[in-house]
Ligand binder design. Structure first.
Ligand code: CU
Length: 159
């Protein structure tokens, strides 16, 4: 009985050490994760588009810049009501609260791409580099979805 208790205690210590190592690895990489990156295919010869994604960080951070080789310019935009019309405008950054997912989605925050070298076609993907005030940079592959796609999260209102 005593021997079993010692074995269980030993297993507990090893398990604890594994979790601690995992947490350290998270801290070293900043712990900030970007996923679900997607964009809508651009119709015809349109040379602007928008990309959307989700950001999670265990500590408060701020997204301050975006860049991609497929567009002349990438900017952070938001959408808001101006009278009866939804308008978009550039923002200097997007705050990422600790432990709370921030999703860029149609109708709200988005990465605005202007001067696309070529139209975005469904099924393709392109790299997007995000710069954070504390966590540094993250580069993700943005999956291009069909023109009408609402993305991983259904949302009303186009770009
Ligand atoms: Cu925009």
């Amino acid at each position: 009985m005593k021997r079993l208790a010692v074995l269980l205690l030993g297993a507990g210590l090893i398990f604890g050490a594994v979790i601690a190592a995992g947490n350290r690895a998270m801290a070293q990489s900043g712990g900030l994760v970007v996923d679900n990156a997607w964009a809508r295919a651009t119709p015809g010869h349109s040379d602007f588009g928008a990309a959307y994604l989700t950001i999670r960080s265990p500590t408060a951070d701020r997204l301050v810049a975006v860049a991609t080789p497929v567009a002349h310019k990438a900017e952070l935009h938001t959408m808001e009501m101006s009278g009866m019309v939804m308008k978009m405008r550039p923002v200097a950054g997007i705050d990422i609260p600790a432990g709370k997912a921030v999703t860029l989605a149609p109708g709200g925050f988005h990465v605005m791409l202007t001067g696309l070298a070529k139209p975005l076609r469904a099924g393709e993907s392109f790299p997007l580099t995000l710069t954070f005030a504390k966590a540094g940079t993250r580069t993700v592959e943005v999956a291009v979805q069909p023109v009408g796609a609402a993305g991983p999260r259904a949302a009303a209102g186009g770009h």
